[in-house]
Design a protein around this ligand. Sequence first.
Ligand SMILES: [Zn+2]
Length: 470
Amino acid sequence: MLLDLAPCKRFSALTAATVVAALALAPLPPLRAQENRGPPILRDTEAEALLREYTRPILRAAGLEKQNIQIVIINDAAFNAFVADGRRIFVNYGAIMQSETPNQLIGVLAHETGHLAGGHLAKLREQLARAQTQMLVAMLLGAGAIVAGASKGGTGGSGLADAGAAAVAGPQEMIRRTLLSYQRQQEENADRAGVKFLTMTGQSAKGMYETFRRFTNDSLFAARGADPYLQSHPMPADRVSALEQIARASPYWDKKDDPALQFRHDLMRAKISAFMERQDTVYRRYPLSNTSLPARYARAIATYLHGDLNSAIAQIDGLIQAQPNNPYFYELRGQALLEGGKPNEAIAPLHKALALSNNAPLIEMLLGQALVATDNKAHTDEAIAILRAAVTREAEAPLGFSQLAMAYGKKGDYAEADLASAQAAYLRGDNKTARELAARAKTRFAVGTPGWVRADDIVTAKPLPGSKNN
Ligand SMILES: [Zn+2]
């Protein structure tokens, strides 16, 4: 697992859409992740691959398979999932931890896909613009005219009819109620679409129902308040019972998750718990008495993070013995050795992890990092080749570029080193440093060469929104 600081394009894209949502909804979940609580986004090959498998058939059923929609895991322990820009589905790691079965998480992803397929974000913006127009008209003509207009059956549907009535409560309140009512409609549409996609792919919507039932407005869960998912997803009891009805009508209602998939789900949750939760929480979830592979996985990770490297390696070797073709156990072995100050020993397991994972770019970055960390010049060319391959496919992860910069530095290629450092800084949102390094790189390259052009691109690039110093 990589904890990669990247307030990059992924996050910046949130800004515009969340401004719209902010008017209708209370606090914004994505911003919470940026408050000094570690990196906003979690990157992990194993979790991302599984989430891709969960969503691929759903996206195909929704007719969205060509849109290259990504799943992004957010560093937030609260339950939340949302779409913000039509190109990504965001899932808090808290939603993964709270989904005990693949089917529960797939249900949430199917609901979010329902929002994407329905173009709900664009429609919400439209509705907002309309509500603002209505507000202006209300202020000019008085609320009475709006009530009359809406009751004649204008184009706005029930949301705007409500808006007329709400106008007496003041224009701001009118907008809020309009959007809230419109949003409820969208939620029900997303539920229906989600169930349809699940049924089309031969899956049960029971997990979606189980999850949403937990969030019902009058439940104990809701009474605790302040839950971001509930704030963005009003869950009145009638919505949940409508969902139950259509979900039960599916022939797949009682279909269980494939045990192999459940097992991978358990491994993913064990890993996330071990990396993200307090050590005592990890051991409470996965006590020594639990000898399942996921529990041993969690404890092996916790041991490498908080305890003794030799003991961690022994535990990881036990995992490898149980599943000799699991790339992520070798990845973990490599990561533990690398971070334990033994980069030479990390190289072989990371090569193995790469071979078994079809050259996953995040694992390539780890291997590149290990090769650079050996301080052995004989490894430099291999590091550069592997890191170049990695950043071609993972262009938004700063780690790849910062390691590339170190590799070029060891080689004495300071032009490429400055350029790669500038790219890493740019992705981290540090535009001032990015521009300075790119300007220096330009002086080292011959004018007009590809490296000079890339450096020039950074010097003249618009800063990524959300970055600190422009
Ligand atoms: Zn929703």
